[in-house]
Design a protein around this ligand. Structure first.
Ligand SMILES: [Fe+2]
Length: 132
């Protein structure tokens, strides 16, 4: 059932939270660029939360629901590389969930394909920021 696309929402909410914490609490050389770039990652996650929730209502006629997210390890302070690794871990987790969804309608698949493309790009940008 394609309606399980709403299971992506808690992963996006978690990614939002981690992205914000890294945005605020990271430190060191490169801070300004990573601080600003994480706003884009956050905005992207926020937009997909709304798009998926509205898709579930409009397309399936159901209220979007998802299981309660397990607690996560907060990012209170750290250097750029630690912060980026934390965000990339969450992106990987999100992409894994997206990959696990099959038997979806083409309308749902369209959203998931765009989401996957966008977050693969975010992942590429972030990983390259700390690559030698
Ligand atoms: Fe900010």
């Amino acid at each position: 059932m394609s309606v399980y696309v709403s299971n992506v929402i808690p992963s996006l909410i978690r990614l939002e939270a981690i992205t914000r914490e890294v945005h605020w609490n990271v430190r060191g050389p490169g801070f300004i660029s990573i601080h600003r770039y994480l706003d884009e990652v956050y905005a992207s996650a926020e937009a997909y939360i709304d798009e998926i929730a509205e898709h579930v209502v409009a397309f399936y006629g159901m209220s979007p629901t998802w299981s309660v997210e397990k607690p996560f390890q907060h990012f209170r302070a750290g250097v750029i590389s630690d912060g980026i690794e934390r965000v990339v871990t969450e992106i990987d987790s999100l992409l894994e969930i997206v990959d696990s969804l099959d038997d979806v309608s083409r309308e749902t698949e369209d959203i998931l394909v765009r989401l996957s493309q966008d977050f693969h790009k975010h992942r590429w940008f972030l990983v390259n920021e700390i690559s030698e």
